[in-house]
Design a binder for this molecule. Structure first.
Ligand code: ADP
Ligand code: MG
Length: 680
């Protein structure tokens, strides 16, 4: 969906006490116009934008109006960029960084991103941040002071990226704020006048937001899972004022040239983009590091907001006009933002997903803060090693290339020396023989051929013919002299597109020219002497050049051996880095094994416990049965005892009755026996 870049102008509160004497800027709704002191607007100097914010506007409102949507879209997978453009002291840093009471866009964006992702339940996020500075057209890492002069690379997988830039994985806003603070400290590093530097450098704070729908299914991550990757750039640009105004010279002048160059390229890019699709054939993104890094944000797949800050004071009218013209052109750009979904392994989230999942599962058993910290640290270490390895590999590649180039150069030089030596011996011969056979024209060819045919692919050769007739050296173009700089600044602010290609032409090498050979051969003695003189001078020159080349050759050989040393050092560093990666992996493995062991132990303990409890229930059952049986037995015993008692009572009474019967019976027998005796 095509959409315009959102452009706003923000006027900071006036600092000077002086009241305007001729003109002043008037703000009405979304329009800003230059007015004469007592009334009428000045024609041609009235501009309308999406928003024009006066001095009473807070950072919170700027955020709401201009950046909130960009940040929310970034969480949804759209690239986003917000940048502040304007002269020094117009309020760019105030807008981006803010103050204690009114935090700037960066702080608000960071908080907002984390708040927003917490509200999204169906997706999983991985956020990494980086912070860089472009100073004198060199990229320095603000998270790692040692990472200086970083190169920009482009790959199919990662697009345009700054090689070797430290990225930190973060999981809350406080972490990011802390990192930003440490970045600011690094920015102060080695710089006494912080303000001076900040107005001469661009800073880019970058958040890469990767996200993926949470897989509720099997839990394995098939390659068809699309991951959204969006890049959010928050940029505080260098001051856009003229150098003359700051009275800069020396180092400051050099800095100024670079700033003006990159801001001018930014202006060129914006001009070309604002001209519409027809004239978009070549957009000079590659002309500056800033535009190269912001390429996607400026010309295509991104939602972009530009906050142009201006100073209201009358002394700054020219700069303010320049800024407003820049803003007007930016307003005409149309971008086409779309969600970035990728299926390759480039997404860090994808690469780390399985490991995270694994660790998370393990953590569920024993959720411990220490372990979580350890895991975050390990992930950051892994990322760091990956970046370091990538950087080292690239450096190695670079070294190899320059080594090859040097070798080629040495070969060329050797060839030259050989050619010159043969030339010298030719010259010797011709002077010793006092020969007139070779025409001076031929000799001229002798000089030309060996020297320059070898480098026929060098653009310089084609140009050289223009200078070959000149007695001195080829000119060395200084692409940004003070005068050119001033000039280009004016042109830039008037919407003029400078031809950077001509400014950036490869500097011509210094070329030794030889005295013209315009003497026609003549047999007269004078001419002959003159010719001889000429030849001698040439010979001397050639010998000198030969010596010079020999010296250079020796230097090259030395450089070569130093380079070889450096390469082997780099290799060693690479080995070291690989080793530490290996040891980190081992630590990771050990941790995993420990987890496994603990889990196994826990499982076996659980098994034993469940077996024991089974035994216990079994035993309790048994005990209950036995108790029951015992009770029965006791009861039975009691019953038996009662029976026995009854029986013994009955038995005793029976015994007693038997005894009485026995007594009766006995007495009866006695009686009978006595009767019997009486009868007989
Ligand atoms: P720049 O980064 O463009 O060089 P600064 O942001 O450093 O400018 O602003 C210069 C001064 O003006 C600072 O002291 C800053 O606090 C103040 N300032 C800028 N804009 C505002 C604003 N909108 N409200 C209050 N003070 C501001
Ligand atoms: Mg600033």
């Amino acid at each position: 969906m095509a959409e315009k870049i959102c452009v706003a102008v923000r006027v900071r509160p006036s600092i000077s006490e002086e009241s305007p004497s001729g003109t002043f800027w008037k703000i009405e709704d979304n329009r800003i116009s230059l007015h004469k002191l007592h009334g009428t607007p000045i024609s041609g100097l009235s501009y309308a934008f999406d928003h024009v914010l006066d001095e009473s506007c807070s950072n919170s409102k700027v955020y709401e109006l201009l950046t909130k949507d960009v940040i929310h879209a970034a969480v949804d997978g759209f690239n986003g960029t917000a940048f502040a453009y304007g002269q020094t002291s117009s309020g760019k840093t105030f807008t981006m960084n803010g103050s204690l009471n009114d935090p700037g866009i960066i702080h608000r964006a960071v908080n907002d991103v984390f708040q927003k992702i917490q509200m999204i339940s169906g997706r999983e996020f991985l956020i990494r941040v980086s912070y860089m500075e472009i100073y004198n057209e060199e990229i320095n890492d603000l998270f790692a002071v040692e990472n200086q002069k970083l190169p920009i690379h482009e790959s199919l997988e990662r697009g345009i990226f700054v090689a070797g830039l430290r990225e930190e994985i973060v999981n809350n806003a406080e972490q990011v704020i802390k990192l930003l603070e440490s970045g600011e400290v690094n920015r102060h590093f080695g710089e006494t006048n912080m303000n001076a530097r900040s107005s001469r450098s661009h800073t880019i704070f970058r958040m890469v937001i990767e996200s993926k729908g949470i897989d509720t299914g099997s839990g394995d991550y098939s390659s068809s899972d699309a991951i959204r990757v969006s890049v959010l750039n928050l940029v505080d640009l260098a001051g856009s004022e003229r150098i003359a105004k700051t009275g800069a010279g020396g180092v400051r002048l050099k800095e100024g040239k670079y700033i003006n160059k990159s801001l001018m390229v930014l202006g060129n890019v914006i001009n070309k983009l604002s001209n519409g699709a027809k004239q978009r054939a070549h957009i000079p993104y590659r002309d500056s590091k800033l535009t190269r890094i912001l390429q996607t944000a400026l010309g295509g797949n991104a939602k972009t907001s530009i906050i142009c800050t201006v100073a209201p004071e009358e002394v700054h009218v020219e700069e303010t006009k320049g800024t407003l013209q820049f803003a007007s052109r930016a307003k005409r750009i149309t971008n086409c933002a779309q969600v970035n979904e990728i299926l390759t392994d480039a997404a860090l989230l994808k690469r780390q997903q399985l490991e995270i999942e694994d660790l998370r599962r393990k953590l569920q058993g024993s959720r411990s803060e220490v372990l979580e910290q350890e895991i975050l640290k390990l992930r950051n270490d892994m990322l760091k090693y990956e970046l370091e390895r990538e950087k080292l590999e690239m450096e190695l590649e670079e070294e190899r290339r320059s080594h090859k180039e040097r070798e080629q150069c040495i070969r060329d030089q050797q060839l030259k020396i050989e050619n010159l030596s043969s030339l010298v011996s030719d010259g010797d011969r011709s002077s010793s023989q006092d020969s007139m056979k070779e025409s001076p024209k031929d000799e001229c060819n002798n000089f030309k051929t060996p020297c320059f045919k070898e480098t026929s692919n060098n653009a310089f050769v084609a140009k050289r013919s223009n200078y070959s007739e000149l007695p001195d050296f080829s000119p060395l173009p200084d692409s940004f002299s003070n005068v050119a700089d001033e000039d280009t600044w004016f042109k830039m602010n008037k919407g003029y597109i400078a031809d950077l290609d001509s400014l950036q032409a490869t500097p011509a090498r210094k070329v030794q020219s030889f005295p013209p050979q315009d003497i026609t051969p003549d047999c007269s003695n004078d001419n002959y002497k003159l010719e001889l003189q000429n030849l001698k001078t040439q010979l001397e020159l050639v010998i000198k050049e030969k010596d010079e080349l020999q010296r250079k050759h020796e230097e090259e050989v030395q450089i070569n051996s130093r380079l070889m040393g450096e390469i082997s050092e780099l290799k060693q560093e690479l080995d070291l880095s690989n080793n530490s990666l290996e040891s980190s992996k081992q630590r990771y493995g050990n941790l995993e094994r420990e987890f496994q062991k603990l889990k196994e132990e826990r499982d076996s303990l659980l098994q034993t416990v469940s077996e024991s409890s089974k035994n216990i229930t079994f035993l309790t059952d048994q005990k209950e049965n036995i108790l029951k049986d015992l009770n029965c037995e006791v009861q039975r015993r009691k019953d038996l005892e009662a029976e026995i008692k009854q029986f013994s009572v009955a038995f005793a009474s029976r015994q007693r009755s038997l005894a009485s019967i026995h007594g009766e019976f006995k007495s009866k027998i006695e009686k009978l026996r006595a009767e019997n005796l009486v009868r007989y």
